[in-house]
Design a protein. Sequence first.
Length: 315
Amino acid sequence: MKTELLKGVFDMHIHSFPDVAPRKDDDIGLAKAAAAAGMGGIMLKAHQGSTVERAHLVGKLVDGIHVFGGVVLNRPQGGLNPHAVDVYVRLGAKEIWMPTLSADHMIRYQNTRVTPEERTAFNMAHGASDIFPPGLAKPGDPWPWSKEGRGISIFDDTGKLRTEVMIILEIMAPSQTILGTGHLSLQETHALVDAAMEMGVKRIVLTHPEYMDLVPVEDQIELAQKGVFMERCLLATNPATRSIGGNLPFDVLADNIRKVGVASTVLGTDFGQKKNIHPVEGMTHYLMELEKAGFTQSEIEQMAIKNPSGLLGLI
């Protein structure tokens, strides 16, 4: 492994154990591997809820690496739950993600574009229960991520942002916590970003714009001009993501970076799946592919070190 490539590098999106889904490594093993490779920091993410406490403890146990955590506002965390956001922002969450596996857009995408067999396999691979309470879920539904087979939208029945979303943004505004867009629709994303900026939220990241519906480059440019960072995840180029719009040629990801700009890009592997290579190895592969695509060392350092360091409040 060319670990010299990883000196000071941040991975803004990694999954690890404990988790309801099978994972490649646990928090401590992951942090030790990242530290041994000379990485600057890692962001732990768990769809079922918080990694804030986990990151704090791992940071105490493993020297030489920044370990960050956050909270995903999926069903197991109470969905769009301002009470949870308030607590975890005060506990030091570095990122609050809007719904991911519980997002209405995600569930609609699966229901309309993915076969029942693939949908069931995807849900089970992400820790969905095989116990379906009568009347609440059926095989193929992403239980416990959905409620009666339905997902979470940030819009109310009139098409306006829910009151809970506005309260969440109000809580986040005075903090340095990053707002992650999760698996929202493009329309929801634009509405969220505009409201967040109006409320004074200072750090916003568009979660893997190459996943599911590719966010059009024109929209990415518009969001970047507003100060939003694009989280480019290597997993979108992996065959394992075929059922949710992934398995893209790496050239697509590289071309998007070129068109939108390295100044608005941060990198994440989104690795940690049991069947994938280790996330640290994945980041090495990512940086090598960026080199092959013609990105300079300075450009890679900006995306992998400088931009995330600024977002995380380290510089």
